[in-house]
Design a protein around this ligand. Structure first.
Ligand SMILES: Nc1ncnc2c1ncn2[C@@H]1O[C@H](COP(=O)(O)OP(=O)(O)OP(=O)(O)O)[C@@H](O)[C@H]1O
Length: 867
């Protein structure tokens, strides 16, 4: 409130609210003229407190001043004051002499003259009143401000609370998902472990079964051997018995014939001469005793009867012999085994025996002893046979010289039977010798069919042995089948176990390693190189080293016959992962000329495209397949690391030299090439065209080891930004495809000058890569990534957050044995490295905010919709 001096001609009182003039005027006449206040009330006029001024009762015209903001509270209610300028917050008494004439006239019309003292009092009161109002207003403003602050704080808190609860919910949901996932993984792990355990148990049982079967076989073989020996013994004693029986029967028959002959002679001579008693040989004595009287007492008449008797006895004996022979014949029915089966059987038995002898030292010893014994027996039998034959010859000579007597006849018969016996023995020994020889060397016996039949037809024992053979052969066949089944089961279980093991490793983030053996090259074959590296099965590779066979295990092993399709088959899944927002790296490692470029790029005319061109197609195939669900942006950079310098392969000519490309890492640890040109591609063809352009700029030279040797590391980075059309989330994946230059020895490649420099740089970077691999596999605290640009580029792929696949390429030839072993050992170390693959996913809101930031940075306008 401003009050002008009373000497002023005109005093105007103006009121303002929050800086706005609200229009209350008081005009005060100069004291000399009329010491009174002239009040021009432009609003419903207030009644001054106390009402002593008489303003209220004067019919003064009241003017309504400017309207105050409606929101201003009515102060009368709060201050219990009569209604007076409710909207006034601030009051000014303004010296205003420049009122326009109309206004002034109006004002003059509505003038109220108040005595100066009263006016002064009134003004003082009004001023005091206003002061109070001002305080009140201040308090209100303060209160309002406080309220506003509280409200805004509450609002903020509420917002924070909402955000917090929103993120808490999200976090909880994520936790639940994570728990579920973990549970799933654990369940899968335990399932895998269970399977592995069950497979191991099965393996063990199978092995035990195999051992038991082997033992059983051995025991059976031994039992069979014992049985055979027993049978042979039985057979030979029975044969001996038969022989002796036969011999004695023949003797008896002969004697009887002689007797009959004599009797017949006696009968013929009986009319002329008397029957002379004869001294019968000892054998005939039996007959004499049988007849019960001496020949001298024998009456002639009784001779006929005796003859008949003798004949009868003779027939009886013959019948007996025939029966015996028949019985022998029927006792040994023809062997059910046909001739060829006998031969097969014998062959199988000999083979089996040879096998046993070669495996079991005791059996071999036994065989040697048997051979020795048989040799001795054979030579003895032969000697005896010679001797006997000699004796027989001598006797027959004697017979021709002298008249034969009965004694000589007997001895000659004995001789003949002995010779026969000996011949049999010799024959048996010879057969045994042949059989034992066959068993010793494992050759097939060359017995003739009659020989075989002869052996087999000799008795019960042989028959039983044959049956045993057949049985044994059956069992053997069964065992073999079982063994095959066991091996088959074992192989399939092993493959399955390996598969699950890989799956578990994959889940743990282990780097996958494939091994690819290339076919022998023309030069290697021409040099007469031998194959020393071979694929054993889907997961194993064997190397013949100077110290023996070494075996390496990988996630997949491809042989020289494997096609590019075979290699790419599993890689498709990794491409899908990169589109899903993972950082994926596929790189080929190996010595020069081992087939890295063939695997990664393919052959020159792209008749066998490698992983890179196939990956380009796969990316766009997947994008097309999921076109309704995702929207994907593909961009790529292509670099080469040549002589430790990064070069952008999209930039040619002089620009390429001046362009500086640096390896940088973003906050998430992802590597990117700063300064390299990144081009967008909308189709596989476009990407492939870029790739061809890049390959054309690559450094390739012919060396002694490879006509198209890569002298640089090729690094292709494909960025995949895919937006989920359903929930708006955005994922960022990167697919790095790296074709490393091969390690080489200058002596082998014939490198000189520039090539030597290139080789040194290649070897240096590869050695740094080796150091990183070693450190990672040993889980050292410091990993020397910074030692080389190559390791810097590969930092997010080795021990980083990528899903990594390494293809170790090797040559099969012995001339590269050392390098192959080094590569395989390195690859085995890589297998031990664990990565921490993570998905680069952002929610819709974050993606939008990032876009806004980008726009703001670029100085572009941001619309409300963007926020
Ligand atoms: N799996 C394969 N099948 C047929 N040929 C192959 C195979 N792998 C490699 N080759 C042939 O072997 C030769 C050398 O292969 P490549 O150039 O790919 O070796 P590299 O490891 O890339 O060598 P460098 O490190 O010197 O570049 C080429 O002629 C290639 O065609």
């Amino acid at each position: 409130m401003y009050v002008n001096s009373p000497g002023t001609e005109n005093v105007s009182l103006s009121l303002t609210f929050l800086g706005k003039k609200v229009g209350r005027h008081c005009s005060v006449a100069p004291a000399s003229k009329q010491r009174a206040w002239e009040i021009n009330a432009r609003s419903p006029c207030p009644e001054p407190p106390g009402g002593s001024l008489g303003i209220g009762h004067a019919p003064a015209p009241v003017r309504v001043g400017e309207e105050l903001p409606g929101s201003v509270p009515d102060l009368r209610e709060e201050t219990n004051q009569p209604r007076s300028c409710p909207v006034v917050h601030n009051t000014h008494l303004d010296l205003n002499t420049g009122t326009n004439p109309e206004m002034r006239a109006e004002m003059m019309d509505s003038r109220i003259y108040i005595p100066y003292e009263s006016a002064e009092l009134c003004i003082m009161q009004i001023a005091g009143d206003m002061q109070t109002m001002k305080c009140k207003h201040r308090e209100m403003v303060q209160e309002l401000e406080e309220n506003y602050e509280i409200a805004s704080r509450e609002n903020q808190e509420r917002t924070v609370q909402t955000i917090r609860s929103y993120y808490q919910n999200k976090l909880n949901a994520l936790k639940r998902i994570l728990d579920l996932y973990q549970e799933k993984v654990e369940r899968k792990n335990s399932h895998c472990e269970e399977r592995i355990n069950s497979v191991s148990r099965k393996n063990e049982t199978l092995l035990e079964d195999l051992r038991a079967e082997k033992k059983k076989c051995r025991e059976e073989a031994l039992q069979w051997q014992r049985e055979k020996n027993k049978m042979l013994e039985l057979f030979s004693t029975r044969l001996d018995l038969l022989h002796s029986h036969q011999a004695s029967t023949l003797q008896e028959l002969q004697l009887a014939r002689q007797e009959v002959g004599k009797v017949q002679e006696m009968l013929k001579n009986s009319p002329q001469e008397e029957v002379q008693p004869q001294v019968l040989p000892t054998e005939a004595g039996v007959l004499q005793t049988e007849l019960g009287c001496s020949d001298t007492e024998l009456p002639l008449e009784g001779a006929q009867a005796r003859l008949e008797e003798l004949k009868e006895s003779l027939y009886k004996r013959e019948r007996e012999i025939t029966e015996l022979l028949d019985a022998e014949q029927t006792a040994i029915p023809p062997i059910p085994v046909a001739q060829p089966s006998c031969a097969v059987l014998l062959h199988a038995v000999v083979e089996k025996s040879h096998h046993i002898c070669s495996k079991v030292s005791e059996a071999r010893l036994l065989l040697d002893n048997m051979l020795e014994d048989n040799c001795v027996a054979l030579s003895l039998a032969r000697e005896k046979l010679d001797h006997m034959s000699q004796m027989t010859v001598n006797d027959s000579n004697r017979k021709e010289e002298d008249t034969p007597d009965l004694e000589w006849m007997d001895s000659s018969d004995e001789c003949a039977s002995n010779v026969q016996l000996l011949q049999e023995t010799v024959r048996e020994c010879e057969i045994a010798q042949m059989a034992l020889d066959c068993i010793r060397v494992g050759a097939s016996p060359s017995l003739s069919a009659p020989d075989l039949e002869g052996i087999l037809a000799k008795g019960e024992g042989v028959k039983s042995v044959c049956q045993q053979f057949l049985l044994l052969q059956d069992q053997l066949k069964q065992l073999r089948e079982e063994k095959l089944q066991v091996i088959e089961n074992y192989t399939s279980e092993r493959i399955m176990r390996k598969k699950y093991y890989n799956l578990v490793n994959d889940m743990k983030g282990k780097i996958r390693v494939y091994c690819r053996i290339r076919p022998m090259s023309w030069a290697e074959t021409a040099q007469g190189g031998a194959i020393v590296v071979e694929r054993l099965d889907q997961y194993s590779v064997s190397v013949v080293t100077l110290r023996g066979l070494r075996e390496f295990q990988f996630d997949q092993v491809f042989s020289g016959e494997s096609s590019q399709e075979d290699v790419f088959q599993d890689i498709n899944r990794l491409i899908q992962s990169s589109i899903d927002g993972y950082n994926v790296c596929i790189f080929a490692y190996g010595q020069t000329g081992s087939g890295k470029t063939f695997s990664m790029v393919g052959d020159r005319d792209q008749r066998n495209p490698g992983i890179m061109p196939r990956a380009f197609n796969a990316i766009f195939d997947i994008i097309q397949e999921n076109g309704t669900k995702f929207e994907c942006k593909v961009s790529a950079y292509m670099l080469e690391l040549y002589n430790d310098r990064l070069q952008d392969l999209f930039v040619g000519g002089a620009d390429a030299q001046s362009r500086r490309v640096e390896i940088k890492r973003n906050r998430k640890g992802l590597v990117f090439a700063q300064g390299a040109e990144t081009k967008e591609a909308s189709s596989a063809g476009e990407l492939f065209a870029m790739f061809q352009q890049a390959c054309a700029s690559r450094h390739i030279t012919a060396t002694k080891m490879n006509v198209e040797s890569s002298r640089s590391h090729l690094i292709i980075g494909i960025m995949l930004e895919s937006r989920n059309l359903t929930n708006g989330s955005v994922s960022f994946g990167k697919l790095s495809l790296v074709d490393l230059a091969g390690s080489e020895r200058a002596a082998k490649t014939g490198a000189r000058d520039d090539q030597l420099k290139e080789a040194t740089s290649i070897n240096k970077s590869l050695s740094a890569l080796g150091d990183v691999i070693s450190a990672l596999s040993l889980e050292l605290s410091h990993i020397p990534y910074r030692n080389s640009k190559l390791t810097q580029i590969m930092q997010d792929s080795l021990g980083g957050n990528a899903k990594t696949l390494m293809i170790v390429n090797v040559s099969p030839c012995d001339c590269n044995l050392e390098e192959t072993l080094t590569s395989l050992i390195y690859a085995t170390r890589v297998k031990a490295i664990t990565n921490n693959a993570q998905r680069n996913l952002e929610s819709k809101e974050i993606a939008q905010l990032k876009e806004v930031i980008l726009k703001l940075k670029a100085g572009q306008p941001v619309e409300d919709v963007d926020v």
